[in-house]
Design a protein around this ligand. Structure first.
Ligand SMILES: *Cc1c(COP(=O)(O)O)cnc(C)c1O
Length: 369
């Protein structure tokens, strides 16, 4: 061990063992590595239509104010969210992506003697935020690739301070019914906070997607997280939010940075909320793309997991990494999910119809070789 390496021993033990989150491969990186020019990325569940016009106009109008600090309380965005979801502004926590909310709740509530329950195949950030603060992750086995709520509840003890549930789940796209989900939340001890991660709720076809917000009046240990990164097409700005009891929001707001949301993100998110046209277009493109891609899988004799999100997990019945690599060489970036214990699957983000078709052609080529 050289001298500089000794510093690892000084880090808290959870951080010493931490393996950082692996994001989808950036287009520029593949360009540099392979010298390709026409690359499509269907790897990070981003909006293939890009940001909406209203968000872009709001950003343009805000540029001149960039010398000033942003509004640390995010008044305008919180007002718009409060109106849209019929909650009090005091129930909202704004985050640098909803990822920050996941981190805030871990920092505010976990110590090394406490436990966190989540599901096998659930979002990779849950183990990361748990481990970073030295708490113990308790993983419940999945049921048909989705959350097994009974198995999760069985693992909740007086030591369990947090439970993470993604609905729809990433990367599997599975969706829990609202009745079973509410029964689960109601059955948790009040010493356990339920983090309901709804990063993809806008893509869920039926209007009951907002039912969970009504539960906030019943369960003061419920934290719902949502984001502008997926359906709203603002992943690059980093903005998301938590909805909870005012008391839980107060705790999260105590540990966040005073200016955790930048001015452009606040303005764009507020404008995006009122851009129903862009959201409708996004949902329509997603539905068409999901159909095209799953029909393509069928023609190729491949199975997939039915998805409620803007992505779909395909079962290649063989190690997925070589297929992933071969697709990269054809300029198509998708997402391997080996870290989710799914070594034979690839996750495909639904793109524009042109991108979806290019992906299907590339996949057919790769599989026929
Ligand atoms: C993308 C994603 C998030 C967080 O995205 P942000 O960009 O940080 O808002 C959270 N949960 C799940 C399940 C996701 O897929």
């Amino acid at each position: 061990m050289n001298n500089a390496d000794k510093i690892y021993n000084l880090a808290v033990s959870g951080v010493q063992k931490l393996v950082p989150y692996i994001p989808g491969k950036p287009i520029e990186e593949l360009e540099r590595e392979l010298g390709l020019s026409h690359i499509i990325k269907l790897a990070s569940n981003e909006n293939p239509l890009g940001p909406g016009k209203k968000a872009l106009a709001a950003i343009q109008a805000t540029l001149q104010d960039l010398a000033l600090y942003p509004d640390g309380n995010g008044f305008n965005l919180k007002s718009a969210l409060a109106e849209k979801y019929a909650v009090e502004m005091s129930q909202i926590t704004l985050g640098n992506g909803s990822n920050e909310i996941l981190e805030l709740v871990a920092r505010a509530f976990l110590t090394p003697d406490l436990e966190v329950v989540f599901s096998q195949h659930a979002f990779a950030v849950y183990p990361l935020v748990t481990q970073a603060v030295g708490a113990t992750a308790v993983v419940a086995p999945a049921l048909n690739y989705g959350h097994d709520l009974a198995a999760m509840l069985q693992r909740v003890t007086e030591k369990t301070r947090l439970v993470f549930i993604a609905n729809p789940n990433n990367p599997t796209g599975t969706l829990l019914g609202h009745a079973e989900l509410e029964a689960f939340i109601g059955a948790l001890p009040d010493t356990c906070i339920c983090v309901l991660d709804e990063a993809y709720c806008e893509f869920v076809g039926d209007s009951s997607a907002d039912d969970s917000i009504a539960w906030l009046n019943l369960y003061s240990n419920l934290l719902i997280t949502r984001t502008f990164s997926k359906a709203y097409g603002l992943a690059g700005l980093r903005i998301g939010y938590g909805l909870s009891s005012p008391q839980l929001a107060d705790i999260l707001n105590r540990v966040r940075q005073p200016f955790n949301n930048n001015m452009l993100a606040l303005a764009a998110a507020e404008a995006a909320l009122s851009d129903t046209e862009h959201l409708q277009n996004t949902l329509a493109v997603n539905a068409q793309g999901m159909q095209l891609i799953t029909e393509g899988f069928k023609k190729l004799g491949l199975e997939w997991i039915p998805s409620a999100g803007n992505f779909v997990l395909v079962d290649l019945k063989q190690p997925a990494l070589p297929i992933y690599e071969a697709l990269l060489h054809k300029g198509v970036i998708v997402r391997p999910v080996g870290v989710y214990e799914l070594p034979n699957h690839l996750r495909i983000t639904i793109g524009t119809q042109a991108e979806n078709q290019l992906f299907l052609n590339a996949l057919a080529d790769v599989l026929s070789n």
